[in-house]
Design a protein around this ligand. Structure first.
Ligand code: SF4
Length: 329
């Protein structure tokens, strides 16, 4: 591990002053960053520990819920309001990692965790454009079973690893930020980038900008929502495919509103805008769910080993929507 200085600012203003310095990194629970530092994939000169900042979950007058970025994943998943109003978020978090890791991991850190592409971590033996821009990508023609089918580029085919982020994408969450030039808010679906020619740039954060909170807007249909994760083993495994969904029907069985997002398919949590548009105003039937899923996946580009993800994504989206429809009956 490369030597670094450690600081623990008492408020977000001081955190941003420190975090805006060159080679500084914010530290949440450290469940990904410390691993990356051990592997010397991250070499911050200054580590700014922000775990002492806001860890409050606050229900606001406008019906939204504000989650401080330092809140531990377990606290979010177990919170009464989250479980009641946004069950897909609670389920997504509980589908991730292990109990011990969820106890340590923070919301802000979860959002900014990096891909688990094995070639990215193999700094001794593999080429990786994300780790070393311009070097090449050994996943492209390598073992790419876990890699992206949507939104990838000729530079990078990595997937985003977070479960929580898939739920936040479906919920129209808003990211609260503080930087050297003040505060701003960003739709969660705009926070992460697709790889394009610069997979090393993963978010739209400005240098030194700190995530201070995630806001969940009032979304009544989220009461009927769920998260399903398909993976190689029952726990402690990243998603091959995951689906976060909320569904609201008219009394006559027509889809009034729907939210859908996918994990395990792209460099960012993938909001299924096309599938949602295909479903609104249509009868809630298995056939329509399948058609909507295929509309979303029409631009999927499989690699050598991951063509199965297209059918798996279609089946999982359909099954999750069927589950929500039948739960209503
Ligand atoms: Fe690196 Fe992306 Fe290629 Fe993986 S897929 S080796 S992260 S460039």
């Amino acid at each position: 591990m490369t030597p670094f200085t450690y600081s623990q600012p008492g408020d977000s203003t001081n955190a941003v002053v420190l975090g805006s310095k060159q080679e500084a990194k914010y530290l949440g629970g450290g469940t990904n960053l410390v691993d990356l530092m051990r592997e010397t994939l991250e070499r911050p000169a200054i580590l700014v520990d922000v775990t002492g900042l806001s860890s409050v979950i606050e229900e606001r007058e406008n019906g939204s819920v504000l989650i401080g970025a330092a809140t531990r994943n377990t606290a979010v998943a177990e919170h009464r309001s989250i479980r009641a109003l946004y069950p897909l978020l609670s389920r997504a978090i509980l589908a991730g990692a292990s109990g011990q890791i969820r106890n340590m991991a923070t919301v802000g850190g979860n959002v900014l965790q990096r891909t688990r592409c094995t070639y990215f971590y193999d700094s001794e033996g593999s080429r990786c454009n994300k780790r070393s821009p311009g070097q090449g990508c050994d996943a492209m023609d390598g073992f790419n079973r876990i890699h992206a089918i949507l939104g990838a580029s000729s530079s990078c085919v990595a997937t985003h690893p977070s479960d929580m982020c898939v739920a936040l994408a479906a919920l129209d969450a808003v990211v609260h930020l503080r930087g050297a030039h003040g505060e701003r808010m960003l739709p969660f679906t705009d926070l992460h980038r697709l790889p394009e020619d610069h997979p090393e740039i993963e978010t739209r954060l400005e240098p030194g900008e700190l995530i201070t909170a995630i806001e969940l807007p009032a979304l009544p249909l989220a009461v009927r929502s769920t998260y399903r994760k398909v993976r190689d083993r029952a726990s402690y495994s990243f998603a091959l495919i995951s689906v976060a969904a909320a569904l609201e029907l008219h009394d006559n069985g027509i889809v009034k509103d729907v939210r859908l997002a996918l994990g395990g398919v792209a460099h960012k949590p993938w909001r299924a805008w096309k599938a949602e548009a295909a479903l609104r105003g249509q009868p809630a039937t298995e056939q329509n769910f399948q058609s909507a899923a295929m509309a979303e996946l029409s631009e999927a580009r499989p690699l050598r080993d991951n063509g199965f993800k297209i059918e798996l994504a279609k089946r999982t989206m359909t099954a999750v929507l069927m589950e929500l429809m039948e739960a209503r009956a």
